[in-house]
Design a protein around this ligand. Structure first.
Ligand SMILES: NC(=O)c1ccc[n+]([C@@H]2O[C@H](COP(=O)([O-])OP(=O)(O)OC[C@H]3O[C@@H](n4cnc5c(N)ncnc54)[C@H](O)[C@@H]3O)[C@@H](O)[C@H]2O)c1
Length: 338
């Protein structure tokens, strides 16, 4: 708790995911009591339906009610990507920015949501429509939280590891293939699981550094994030974030196949890995027209160009700015009928 550089911390507000509070709240309370840190706990529910401005404002109210000092009393965010994004947003706007610490408890939180500077909530039907860039003072990672994470949530987080493997690092793909399904059975707590987590964080940091505020919108880490915001928001609370990312990646793999960026055996090999990780490759309820239409908002978000990352067989992916309805229709048909 001296990570803030202001000496010993005496008071802190903890925003904790409701499920995590039930599982780990007593341990947190005992820990801070033991070290003489006065805390107030603000419990909020995780899950995508909670990622709203109301969540953020409840954290703001809790900070005001606690009478938090502006620099020396941090906000501790304990939970998955939802708590870190929505509470991190509160930290970034309260008194124009107060220090906060991320303590991720999901695989998604550990390998992705806790790595960059992004905070935010969804608004008006748009995913992460309101948000900011606000660096945490530190991120504390403890993979033992994963022991209680349901398998479906674990697989959702694994989609982000798969993303990095497919778009950036073929070695990571092999590592993931060789260790699936064991990593799901031991909840990423084996040496192999830890190595995959470490490598993913390393790749994320390499990709983000120098571009933390996304001045350059050509970001390979956006692979899987072109069609997925639409998919996720249309089925909010039903399709998990990582599952929407998987559906998006599958479409992009098929488009890459159509454009000869990769071959059929490679596409089939990768789609098998999706299945081994219990990740979906197609959702029957979305038509090609609807998915193609989703790119309209992406073009606004990416300042006038599609910039859709597509994977290549042997190396880093590339950006496509000319995806047409025909590409998406071909991809949907390929994924439905093989
Ligand atoms: N800021 C970023 O750069 C970034 C990157 C990736 C994802 N995200 C965001 O993260 C969100 C998804 O995060 P998520 O997948 O962690 O979802 P989440 O925060 O909703 O957590 C998933 C579920 O797991 C439960 N949970 C959390 N920790 C647990 C534990 N240790 N044991 C048992 N249950 C536990 C939660 O209560 C919740 O029901 C999305 O909103 C996405 O946009 C942000």
């Amino acid at each position: 708790m001296e990570c803030l550089g202001y000496g010993k911390v005496h008071r802190a507000l903890i925003v904790i995911d409701e499920t995590c509070d039930k599982l780990y709240g007593d341990q947190f309370r005992a820990y801070f009591e033991r070290y003489g840190v006065q805390t107030r706990i603000c419990t909020l529910s995780g899950g995508e339906t909670s990622k709203t401005l109301d969540f953020t404002l409840r954290v703001v109210d809790a900070m005001a009610g606690f009478g938090m000092m502006r620099r020396s009393q941090p906000l501790l965010c304990v939970g998955g990507g939802v708590v870190m994004d929505a509470a991190g947003f509160a930290a970034s706007i309260y008194r124009r920015g107060i220090p906060y610490v991320r303590i991720p408890t999901t695989l998604m939180g550990i390998v992705d949501a806790s790595v960059g500077l992004k905070t935010g909530v969804s608004y008006g039907g748009g995913k992460n429509r309101l948000g900011s860039y606000h660096a945490p003072k530190c991120v504390l990672i403890d993979t033992s939280f994963l022991e209680t994470l349901p398998e479906r949530e674990l697989c959702s987080g694994a989609a982000e590891i798969l993303k990095l493997a497919l778009i950036l690092e073929p070695e990571l793909l092999i590592e993931l293939e060789e260790n699936t399904p064991h990593i799901l059975l031991d909840k990423f707590r084996s040496l192999a699981g830890h190595r995959l987590i470490r490598n993913s964080i390393r790749i994320m940091i390499q990709q983000l550094s120098g571009n933390f505020q996304e001045r350059d919108l050509n970001r390979l880490v956006d692979f899987g994030h072109s069609f997925s915001p639409y998919i996720e928001m249309r089925r909010v609370g039903e399709i998990l974030h990582g599952e929407a990312v998987a559906l998006d990646m599958a479409i992009c793999i098929a488009i890459a196949l159509r454009r000869n960026l990769l071959d059929e055996p490679f596409a089939q090999r990768v789609l098998q890995l999706f299945r081994n990780l219990n990740l979906p490759t197609i959702n029957e309820s979305f038509s090609a027209e609807e998915l193609f239409g989703a790119l309209e908002d992406v073009v606004l978000h990416r300042d006038g160009l599609q910039r859709v990352p597509l994977p290549r067989k042997d190396g880093p992916g590339l950006f496509a700015n000319n995806i047409e309805l025909l590409d998406v229709a071909w991809a949907v048909d390929y994924l439905r009928n093989g």
